[in-house]
Design a protein around this ligand. Sequence first.
Ligand code: UGA
Length: 351
Amino acid sequence: MIHTNIALFGGAGFIGSHLARRLLREDYHLTIVDIDDEKIADVRSDDRVDFYELDIRDGDDGTVWTIIEAADVVIDLIAYANPKQYVDMPLEVVHLNYDQNLRLVEDCVATDTRLIQFSTSEVYGKTGGRTGEDLVFSEDSSDLTMGPVENHRWIYATAKQLLERMVHAHGIENDLDWTVIRPFNFIGREMDYLIREPDAGTPRVFASFMSALLYDHPMYLVDGGENRRSFTHISDAVEAMVYVIDGEERYNREVVNVGTPGNETTIHDLAYLMRDVYEAQSGNGSVPPIKTVSGAEFYGEGYEDCERRIPDVTKLTDAGWEPQYDLRETLEEAMSYYVEKYDQPEAVSLD
Ligand code: UGA
């Protein structure tokens, strides 16, 4: 079934902007809601796109309700998704990621609108004593293992987990049609933001290392960079989303991992690979030093990390989806954008 009207809440962010561009290659009408439109100037000019600049935390004067009621599908991407934020402002993270998002869920229930809710791979939590096959996270069988309350980084994952459980419960009690997406470290062009100085903010690791390479400050390996992630090219991720959007029956009331298991790497190796790609692309023989810091120094007290995150993606591969980018190709494609656009200091804009 082709959905003609998709409401993208948080649709002007990193994932939303790439998803919108992909959906506009097909016959969709998009209603995009976000707090700004910096990443979607090109998308906005398409006459199949309506854009609403609003913050769902400001209360609903009826606009949000009307958008949801008119939509065939709501895709909710609104979230703080940066570990530094979970440590610095845990209450605001829960307020946005749980309280405010739950209102959108309830509007979908009340208007009988299909919901695709973005969650996070972080709900799986710590690797703990998992070994062998248990290291691969499966949506319907893996346990979700949070650290102690004192390590309040986990407040984000528990809020997201509760939102998932509420979505699930609305399916049982109120017949909500839903799919929950758990993204595994998508990277690509315009992810997060760049920082000119090492202490100017803490974007996620790809943007952090990219900033270090462009502005020549150290690449920091938190706790030696021994933790691992499975990085996913944003194009592969949004292609998976098209499968989910079009596969209403297959994916109804399912939690779906979106990730590239074959791209698992340590953060240490990611840093060296990014230096390698940067040297090849920029022709710049000088790359910044790599330094180790503790999690508490880098993020603040209350930080604790997930050691490994490998997705089971059979729900997608069974439908025919396959990731196209290996890790090096993912980095080459994403980094070439920055090298071409920003690698001339006098022309830099941090917008
Ligand atoms: C974050 C969010 O918490 C998740 O909700 C989200 O699903 C995920 O990003 C994602 O992008 O999908 P995390 O994987 O911890 O989770 O995000 P990063 O900040 O990119 O950190 C990845 C690893 O790199 C961590 O071990 C972190 O300590 C390390 N890191 C980060 C560094 O070593 N140096 C840096 O400069 C930044």
